[in-house]
Design a protein around this ligand. Structure first.
Ligand SMILES: NC(=O)c1ccc[n+]([C@@H]2O[C@H](COP(=O)([O-])OP(=O)(O)OC[C@H]3O[C@@H](n4cnc5c(N)ncnc54)[C@H](OP(=O)(O)O)[C@@H]3O)[C@@H](O)[C@H]2O)c1
Length: 350
């Protein structure tokens, strides 16, 4: 198969750099174009970027000249890690020109015709792009903390009916982009506020788990209360979650249900599909971000400490790699699924 040319928007940022490392030697996609702000544009990528990854910049990418959003792009698929301040109109303009924008930004997630995709959960929501007013399309992945929560809620809601969720997050500093939170603020500290994060966590999972009826989404009927905290961890968001169910499951049934969870990416053996999308730990002190965030190449939700909850029914610890499954890796899996389901070959019609 000839590789599909892709561009990375926001290529110099935290998520953009993760796209570039994860896409090196990808079997479907090749990074041939890069976009960032006018501060970076016109320079070879290796000069424009403040590289923070633990691998070298791929040879083929380092010499690419960074473009601005005003420049024409050839690639059909654009992976977006653009600053949310500019992503809204820029992503729309690209979709109007016929590109498929696979976005990490919050701007279009709640638009009526834009899906928030987790391919193991709601690949049927790709159909929504047919109603978009663009020649191309915008497809989003969720906020990084929502990702791991929604992956866990999906099989549990299907099996037992989720009614209420109470979640407290401990979110890594890489989630704030670069340079992110000042070291004087975060070292030896916890910051009990992340702008806009709680609102995103309280509504995105219901859209992801929504039922599609006659082309309309019916949001999943549960409520979420979220407390979001920034902690001095480099990578990996941890969440303490309590869940109230309609049909009360035992701890063992919850573990079985999470372990059995699989979807289209596993069926189609897509390159970025984790074999086990949800890893259930039995050790009483796991999962931990420093030890477990890279399990299954950073693409799984890690779950442990599943036990009875005296307030609700079941409580547990959920953790995942925020810049991989929570951002760039999620977008790459979305694009692989889009290709595997045939949406790219024939435009928006399957
Ligand atoms: N970090 C995470 O874990 C995470 C997880 C999920 C979602 N997200 C979302 O992903 C997006 C990127 O986050 P990040 O953490 O990677 O942020 P970041 O490190 O601050 O990077 C922002 C990127 O946007 C580019 N940019 C800024 N203004 C631009 C403009 N006018 N035109 C084109 N590009 C422009 C920057 O380019 P210059 O270097 O040239 O300024 C940089 O490449 C945000 O919307 C964020 O909410 C992040």
């Amino acid at each position: 198969m000839e590789k599909i040319s892709v561009a990375v928007l926001g290529a110099t940022g935290t998520v953009g750099q993760k796209f570039i490392t994860l896409l090196e030697n990808h079997p479907f996609f090749e990074v041939r174009e890069l976009v960032a702000s006018s501060r970076s544009a016109g320079k070879p990528y290796r000069e424009a970027v403040s590289w923070k990854q633990d691998r070298f910049i791929p040879e083929t990418v380092g010499d690419l000249i960074v473009k601005t959003t005003d420049d024409k792009l050839e690639s059909r698929i654009l992976f977006s890690g653009m600053d949310a301040e500019v992503a809204g109109p820029a992503e729309e303009a690209y979709a109007e020109r016929g590109h498929f924008v696979i976005s990490n930004s919050k701007n279009h997630r709640m638009d009526k015709t834009v899906p928030i995709i987790i391919p193991e959960v709601n690949s049927d929501h790709f159909e929504m792009i047919k109603a978009q007013p663009y020649k191309g399309a915008i497809i989003t992945n969720s906020n990084c903390s929502t990702m791991f929560l929604a992956m866990v809620l999906a099989p549990l809601h299907k099996a037992f009916g989720v009614e209420k969720v109470f979640v407290t997050t401990m979110q890594a500093v890489s989630g704030a982009g670069y340079p992110g939170v000042a070291s004087m603020d975060i070292l030896g500290n916890v910051i009990p506020f992340i702008g806009g994060e709680e609102a995103k966590m309280e509504c995105e999972a219901q859209k992801i788990l929504a039922e599609m009826k006659d082309g309309e989404l019916i949001p999943a009927p549960f409520v979420i209360s979220a407390h979001c905290n920034r902690v001095p961890v480099f990578d990996g968001h941890t969440e303490s979650v309590s869940i109230l169910f309609k049909n009360k499951p035992t701890v063992d049934r919850v573990k079985e249900t999470l372990r059995a969870f699989k979807g289209i990416p596993q069926e189609k053996q897509l390159p970025f599909a984790p074999k086990q999308p949800i890893l259930v730990f039995e050790e009483e002190n796991r999962p931990q971000p420093a030890r477990d965030a890279w399990k299954e190449n950073g693409m799984s939700a890690c779950v442990g400490r599943i036990r009875q909850c005296p307030l609700f029914d079941i409580k547990m610890t959920v953790m995942g790699h925020n810049t991989v499954r929570g951002a760039a890796g999620a977008a790459i899996l979305n694009a692989e699924t889009l290709v595997a389901l045939g949406y790219l070959n024939e435009g928006k019609a399957k």
